[in-house]
Design a protein around this ligand. Structure first.
Ligand code: NAG
Ligand code: NAG
Ligand code: NAG
Ligand code: NAG
Ligand code: NAG
Ligand code: NAG
Ligand code: NAG
Ligand code: NAG
Ligand code: NAG
Ligand code: NAG
Ligand code: NAG
Length: 383
C-alpha cells in the first residue's frame, strides 16, 4: 500500500513539474505578448472605428495585451476582455452636446477573431444608430455584454440567442444625466431571450416594447435570472396571470415608468424570492393587493404615482425585511392611527424609510411611528 502511494505521489510530482515548465504551450500561447491572429483582428476592428481623440493611440506594437482596454488571460494569452467604454461620457466642456471622446463608425466582424472573448463593453459611445451586428451572437464564450448608451438602434437581433454563456446583458440608456447619445432599440419578438440560459442580469431600460411580443414568456423561462430592469420601456400592459410562474431566483424587478394600465398582476405574488420591486409611475389601478404580504423577502417596494386606492393592506405587517416603502402619490384616505395594526407588526423592526407624501392621510403623529426603530427617513403628506 505504502509503495503504491509513493508511486502516485511521484507521478503527481512529475505532472506538476511538466505543468510548471511548459505553461500553456499546448495552444501555442505565450504568457507575455499576444496571439498574432487576435492582434490582427483588433487592428482590423480599429480600422472601422472613428476615434476623434485618439483614445486607441496605444493600439500599436506587437503586444496587444498591453493595449488600452484589452485584457488577455494570464493563463492562455487569449484576449478575454475588451473594455472600450467611453471614460468621459458627459461633456467636460460645459453643455457641449458633441462629446468627442466617443468612439463611432463601424463594428467590423473581424472582432470575431477574439474567439475567447468573455467581456465586451462598448457603452457610452456613439455608433450613429446602426444595428447591433448579427455576428455578436457568435461570441460563444461571452459572459458580459454592455452596449448601454452606445448610440445603437433597430430591432434587437435574435442571433444574440446563441450567447448561452451570457450572464450580463445591458442595452439600456443611462438617463441619470444629460446624455449625448442614446440607443433606440425596439424589442421585437423577444422569444430568443429564453435561450440565454445563463443570464442573471438583464438591463433593458428605454428599449421600446411597444410592438414587442413574447417578452414575459421569454423572461419567465430564464432559470438563473436575478435582476430585470425594464424602466421606461413603454410596456403599456402586462397579463394579469401566467400559466406557471418560473422565476425562482428573481430578486429585482423594475417596471417603473411604463404607463402600465391594469391592475397589479397576480403572478408577481408567486415570486417569493423578490427583494426589490418598483412599480412606480404607471397607471396601476384598484386596491393594493393583500397578497403583497406573501412577498416576505421584500426589502424595497415602490408603488409611487399610481392611481391605486384604498389603504395599505394589513398583511404588510408580515414584511419583516422591508426597509424602504414608497407609497407616495397614491389615493389613500386614512387617519394615521389606522395604520397601527400594520406598523406594530414585524415590519417595525426593519423599516428604514417610509414615504407617504402626496396621499390623503390625516391625523396626529401616532404612537406606532416611535416604534419604528430603524427609521431614518420619513415623508408624510405635505411635509
Ligand atoms: C473636443 O471638443 C472640445 C470642445 O468642443 C474641443 O475644444 C477639443 O479641441 C476637441 N478635441 C479634439 C481632439 O477634437
Ligand atoms: C494577470 O496577472 C496580473 C499581474 O500578475 C494581475 O494583476 C492580473 O489581475 C491577472 N489577470 C487575470 C485576468 O488574472
Ligand atoms: C454598463 O456600462 C454603464 C456605463 O458605461 C454602467 O453604468 C453599467 O453599470 C454597466 N452595466 C453593467 C451590467 O455592468
Ligand atoms: C447559432 O447557433 C446555431 C446552432 O448552433 C448555428 O447554426 C448558427 O449559425 C449560430 N448563429 C450565430 C450567429 O452564431
Ligand atoms: C419554465 O422554465 C423551464 C426551464 O427553463 C422551461 O422549460 C419551461 O418551459 C418554463 N415554463 C414556462 C411556463 O415558461
Ligand atoms: C402561485 O403560488 C400558489 C401557492 O404556492 C400556487 O398554488 C399557484 O399555482 C402558483 N401560481 C402560479 C401561476 O404559479
Ligand atoms: C386605462 O384603460 C381603461 C380601459 O381600457 C381606459 O378607459 C383608460 O382611459 C385607460 N387609462 C389610461 C391612463 O390610459
Ligand atoms: C399567499 O399566502 C397564503 C398563505 O400562505 C396563500 O393561501 C395564498 O394562496 C398566497 N397568495 C398568493 C397570491 O400566492
Ligand atoms: C417621496 O415621494 C415624493 C413623491 O413621489 C417624492 O417627490 C419625494 O422625493 C420622496 N421623498 C423621498 C425622501 O424619497
Ligand atoms: C380616491 O379613492 C376614492 C375611494 O377610495 C374615490 O372615490 C376617488 O375617486 C379616488 N380619487 C382619485 C383621484 O382616484
Ligand atoms: C381626503 O380625505 C378626507 C377624509 O378623510 C375626505 O373628506 C377628502 O375628500 C379626501 N380628499 C381626497 C382628494 O381624496
Amino acid at each position: 500500500m505504502a509503495t503504491y502511494n509513493v508511486y502516485v505521489l511521484f507521478f503527481l510530482l512529475v505532472f506538476v513539474c511538466i505543468q510548471l515548465i511548459t505553461p500553456s504551450t499546448c495552444d501555442g500561447a505565450l504568457t507575455s505578448g499576444c496571439i498574432p491572429a487576435e492582434r490582427r483582428a483588433l487592428l482590423e476592428f480599429k480600422r472601422g472605428l472613428k476615434d476623434p481623440t485618439n483614445r486607441l493611440s496605444s493600439w500599436v506594437g506587437e503586444d496587444c495585451c498591453q493595449w488600452e482596454g484589452v485584457t488577455c488571460s494570464n493563463h492562455t494569452g487569449h484576449v478575454v476582455k475588451l473594455d472600450l467604454q467611453n471614460p468621459h461620457p458627459f461633456s467636460d466642456f460645459g453643455d457641449d452636446p458633441y462629446n468627442n471622446w466617443t468612439l463611432g463608425g463601424e463594428l467590423r466582424p473581424s472582432l470575431l477573431g477574439l474567439k475567447h472573448l468573455k467581456y465586451l463593453d462598448l457603452s457610452m459611445n456613439n455608433f450613429g444608430g446602426i444595428n447591433i451586428p448579427e455576428f455578436m451572437g457568435s461570441f460563444h464564450q461571452l459572459q458580459y455584454l454592455n452596449l448601454s448608451s452606445a448610440g445603437l438602434g433597430g430591432v434587437l437581433p435574435h442571433q444574440l440567442a446563441n450567447l448561452s454563456n451570457l450572464q450580463y446583458l445591458d442595452l439600456s440608456n443611462d438617463v441619470s444625466d444629460i446624455l449625448v447619445h442614446v440607443n433606440e432599440f425596439s424589442i421585437g419578438d423577444a422569444l430568443w431571450i429564453s435561450h440565454l440560459s445563463s443570464l442573471k442580469h438583464l438591463i433593458l431600460g428605454n428599449v421600446n416594447f411597444q410592438n414587442g411580443a413574447h417578452w414575459l414568456e421569454a423572461l419567465n423561462m430564464l432559470p438563473s435570472i436575478v435582476e430585470i430592469y425594464l424602466s421606461s420601456c413603454e410596456i403599456g400592459s402586462v397579463p394579469f396571470s401566467l400559466p406557471h410562474v418560473n422565476f425562482t431566483s428573481l430578486s429585482v424587478l423594475d417596471l417603473s415608468y411604463n404607463s402600465i394600465n391594469s391592475t397589479i398582476p397576480s403572478w408577481l405574488f408567486n415570486i417569493s424570492s423578490l427583494e426589490h420591486l418598483d412599480l412606480s409611475e404607471n397607471f396601476f389601478q384598484g386596491n393594493i393587493p393583500p397578497a403583497f404580504g406573501n412577498l416576505t423577502s421584500l426589502k424595497g417596494l415602490t408603488l409611487a404615482n399610481n392611481p391605486l386606492q384604498g389603504g395599505i393592506p394589513t398583511s404588510f405587517r408580515n414584511l419583516c425585511k422591508l426597509q424602504n416603502l414608497i407609497s407616495s402619490s397614491i389615493n389613500i384616505s386614512k387617519d394615521l392611527l389606522e395604520f397601527d395594526e400594520i406598523f406594530s407588526g414585524c415590519i417595525k423592526m426593519s423599516l428604514e424609510s417610509l414615504n407617504l407624501s402626496g396621499t390623503n392621510i390625516s391625523g396626529q403623529l401616532p404612537e406606532w411611528l416611535f416604534q419604528l426603530r430603524k427609521l431614518k427617513s420619513l415623508q408624510l403628506k405635505g411635509i
